[in-house]
Design a protein around this ligand. Structure first.
Ligand SMILES: *Cc1c(COP(=O)(O)O)cnc(C)c1O
Length: 341
C-alpha cells in the first residue's frame, strides 16, 4: 500500500500492511542473522508450539515524526528488556535487547514513508513478537522459534479530544497470583476477550480487574495500567506482582515527579480508596492516558470530580508533557528518545 492513499487522521487502530518486516529464526540453540522481508505471511507446521500450547509473547511501541521531520522511537530498550522477561517466563529463548533495538530501528527505517506526518496525531505502531514454530505435542517448550516485527500506521487515539470513559469492575480475573500477569503474553489476552466483549455489550468501555486473591486491591485493565490523582495532587499507581509493568506508566511517574514537581506513590491501592481520588486514567502506548470519568461497581457508581467532559487537570498536564517529550518539543530525559533517521 502506498502512503498517498492514506488519510492519516482517520486511520483508526487497525492493520495496514506495510512494505517491510523483520524476521529472525531460532534453531539449534541460536538466532539466525535477522533480515527484512516483503512477505507478510507466516507458514508453519500444523503442530507448531504456538498453536498447541500458546507459546507466544509480544511488545508494542510507536515511531513518531517530530516537529523537525525526524523519526524517533520512545524507550525501545525497555520494550526489549520486557520481551526478555516475557521469554524467560514462558521458557522461550531470549532475543537480546540490544539486537531488539537495532531490529526495531531497521524495520522503522525500511518503512519510513509510512511514519505519519508531524501534527497529524497518527503514528507508526510497531509490533515485535515471538512464537514457537517447532512441533510440540507432549507438553514441553518448543526448540524452534520465530521473532518478527511488523509495523502498521495508526490514527490519533482521540479524535476530537479525549472524552472520559466509563469502566466496570469485572467479575472475571485477568491474572492469577504468581501467574503470568506481569509478562506480555498472548495468553493473557485470549482469556480477557470474553470479559471485554461482555463489558462492551453492557455499555462499558473497559474492565477494571481487582486482585484475584482477595478482590480488595486494584490491578489493571485488559491492556493498560491505572493512574490516580489524589485530591491534594499526589499521583498514585497500583503496585502488584501480577500487573504488567507499563512503560508509559513508569514514564508518567517520572514526568510527574521530575517535570511537574508532584508527589508520586507506587503502592498497593485498595479498591475502597478509589472513591476518594480526584482523577483516574489508563496508561499505555496506544493512548498515553485515557481519562476515566466513571467506574461502575455492580450498579454502584464512582464519579470522579473531573467529570465526563474532559481530562482532569493533573492528568492533562501529564498527558501534554509526555506527548511533548515524544514529539520532540519538550526536552527528554537522557536516553528516552532514539533517533531512527
Ligand atoms: C502492554 C500493556 C500495558 C501498557 O504498557 P505500555 O508499555 O505502556 O504500552 C498495560 N497492561 C497490559 C496488560 C499490557 O499488555
Amino acid at each position: 500500500m502506498s502512503n498517498a492513499s492514506l488519510d492519516w487522521s482517520n486511520l483508526g487502530f487497525g492493520y495496514h500492511e506495510t512494505e517491510k518486516r523483520y524476521v529472525s529464526n531460532y534453531k539449534d540453540g541460536k538466532w539466525s542473522e535477522g533480515e527484512l522481508t516483503s512477505d507478510p505471511t507466516v507458514t508453519l507446521n500444523e503442530c507448531a508450539g504456538v498453536f498447541q500450547y500458546a507459546q507466544t509473547i509480544f511488545e508494542g511501541l510507536k515511531a513518531y515524526r517530530t516537529e523537525n521531520g525526524k523519526i524517533v522511537i520512545f524507550r525501545p530498550d525497555l520494550n526489549g528488556e520486557r520481551l526478555e522477561n516475557s521469554a524467560k517466563r514462558l521458557e522461550m529463548p531470549v532475543y537480546p535487547k540490544d539486537k531488539f533495538v537495532e531490529a526495531v530501528k531497521s524495520v522503522v527505517k525500511a518503512n519510513a514513508d509510512m511514519v505519519p506526518p508531524y501534527g497529524s496525531g497518527a503514528t507508526l505502531y510497531i509490533r515485535p513478537y515471538m512464537f514457537a514454530t517447532g512441533p510440540v505435542i507432549g507438553v514441553k517448550p518448543s526448540t524452534e522459534y520465530q521473532f518478527r516485527i511488523f509495523t502498521t500506521p495508526v490514527g490519533p487515539y482521540f479524535k476530537g479530544g479525549a472524552k472520559p470513559i466509563t469502566i466496570k469492575v469485572s467479575d472475571f480475573d485477568r491474572a492469577a497470583p504468581h501467574g503470568t500477569g506481569n509478562i506480555k503474553a498472548g495468553l493473557n489476552y485470549a482469556m480477557s476477550l470474553h470479559a471485554i466483549v461482555t463489558a462492551h455489550a453492557e455499555g462499558f468501555d473497559e474492565n477494571m480487574y481487582l486482585d484475584p486473591g482477595t478482590r480488595t486491591y486494584v490491578e489493571e485493565t485488559g491492556g493498560a495500567n491505572f493512574l490516580f490523582v489524589t485530591k491534594d495532587g499526589t499521583v498514585v499507581t497500583p503496585k502488584s506482582d501480577s500487573i504488567l509493568p507499563s512503560i508509559t506508566r513508569r514514564s508518567l511517574m517520572y514526568v510527574a515527579e521530575h517535570y511537574l514537581g508532584l508527589k508520586v506513590e507506587h503502592r498497593p491501592v485498595r479498591f475502597d480508596e478509589v472513591k476518594d481520588f480526584a482523577e483516574c486514567g489508563l496508561c499505555g502506548t496506544a493512548a498515553v492516558i485515557s481519562p476515566v470519568g466513571k467506574i461502575n461497581d455492580h450498579g454502584k457508581e464512582i464519579c470522579f470530580p473531573s467529570g465526563m467532559e474532559e481530562m482532569g487537570p493533573v492528568t492533562k498536564k501529564l498527558y501534554e508533557t509526555l506527548t511533548g517529550i515524544q514529539m520532540g518539543h519538550i526536552e527528554a530525559p537522557e536516553g528516552w528518545i532514539y533517533e531512527v533517521c
